[in-house]
Design a protein around this ligand. Structure first.
Ligand code: GLY
Length: 389
């Protein structure tokens, strides 16, 4: 790690790690047969339970299904306790049913298989995991639209009001690392080429003049021409959904790490500067920077992803990166002091996570992916960073 913490801060980080570790030793046993998306009243739900109302699209195919295993692999590599690996593999194996079902799989295969199969392969050399990762990479590459040079996000939903075959979303910056990995693994540039064409399109169409980021861009799927943007999960059209900003900050930083293309780093820095300029004094992150002051809805997920993104920028920029490192540390510290539940009797860690501004059932709840980014930030601060994306 380029930036070192003061001794007192190091001790504090170590204490937090102990709390997370103690909690997760309980959580992993309680949730070992689940693929959780969130903790409801302190108890993980289970997206692999096919008897539930969520069906395959919001069940086994749910975009966050890799994150529980992601937490377990992160803790495994930090502490080398085999039990984490054993339980992480349960999710990975259950998710094989998604490949067989095929229908409904979307661009979020990166979010799903990087923290499961690819993490497993990277840490243990498991060849079944490598196969899963490569299969997922091929599914993602198959969503590329050559005319518009973008990866299609979602599938057509039955009865959807809008056709979405030409839609791309900023979140995909976290799926394309699967393609960078596949290129390296197979010594075949095609996957990286697709990822970079998509990232170039994202730089051109998603980033506004002021450094803020749009959520959804619609292209004409035949000609590839830009058509319009859509508001997505933020407050409204033209607003700044904070999690979208963070997918861009950390996502472009990752594309820079994987390719060395300087424009990606410049883009990450531009969005990070915009984000920092809009943080309030408390450093608690709203769902959307342009939402009304009241109700003051928050999204701790955005804060946790931002913490990782800022810490990554601090690392990449070295001497020039002090301010980014400090912002990452501050975001992490505020979450730790104000939004964490370290109780061993509950399954979730981060509180006040929000899926979207206008959703009601997913506003200010707990999400497993928020917990993942919180744990990743913690391990970064301990210099035990394992790059999953
Ligand atoms: N990738 C979907 C979200 O951030 O909600």
């Amino acid at each position: 790690m380029f930036w070192t913490l003061e001794e007192e801060k190091k001790g504090w980080i170590q204490e937090i790690y102990q709390k997370v570790e103690r909690k997760y030793r309980q959580v992993r046993e309680r949730s070992k047969d689940k693929i959780p998306a969130m903790a409801i009243n302190g108890v993980h739900d289970d997206r692999s339970d096919t008897s539930k109302e969520w069906g395959i699209d919001n069940g086994l195919n749910w975009w966050t299904n890799g994150f529980f295993a992601g937490i377990l692999w992160q803790l495994y590599q930090a502490g080398k306790d085999e039990r984490y690996a054993e339980i992480a593999r349960i999710s990975e194996e259950k998710m094989d049913a998604c490949f067989l079902a095929y229908y409904g799989l979307h661009h979020d295969v990166g979010f799903m298989w990087l923290p499961t199969a690819v993490a497993d392969y990277r840490l243990t050399g498991n060849l079944d995991s490598r196969r899963r990762g490569l299969l997922a990479a091929n599914l993602l590459a198959g969503r590329f639209n050559p005319a518009g040079k973008f990866i299609r996000a979602w599938n057509e939903l039955d009865g959807a009001k809008e056709r979405n075959r030409g839609w791309a979303i900023i979140d995909c910056m976290f799926n394309i690392p699967l393609l960078y990995w596949a290129s390296e693994e197979l010594d075949d540039p095609r996957y990286r080429q697709i990822a970079m064409l998509h990232a170039d399109t994202a730089m051109r169409y998603f980033i506004r003049e002021n450094g803020s980021v749009r959520h959804i861009i619609e292209f004409d799927a035949e000609s590839g021409n830009y058509l319009r943007s859509h508001g997505g999960q933020g407050y409204g059209h033209g607003s700044s959904w904070t999690r979208g900003q963070t997918w861009a900050i950390y996502g472009f930083a990752l594309s820079y790490l994987h390719t060395g293309k300087k424009e990606y780093l410049d883009t990450a820095v531009r969005v990070a500067d915009y984000f920092k300029g809009r943080l309030n004094a408390e450093c608690l992150v709203p769902i959307d920077f342009d939402q009304p002051a009241e109700p003051a809805y928050e999204d701790s997920t955005a804060a946790a992803i931002a913490a990782c993104g800022f810490l990554e920028l601090g690392e990449i920029l070295k001497e020039r990166g002090k301010g980014y490192f400090e912002t990452g540390l501050r975001l992490f510290s505020v979450l730790t002091e104000k939004r964490c539940d370290f109780s061993e009797d509950t399954d979730g860690i981060l509180q006040k996570c929000s899926g979207s501004y206008h959703g009601t059932s997913d506003r200010e709840v707990n999400f497993v992916y928020a917990d993942y980014y919180y744990v990743e930030a913690l391990l970064r601060l301990m210099d035990k960073r394992f790059l999953i994306f």
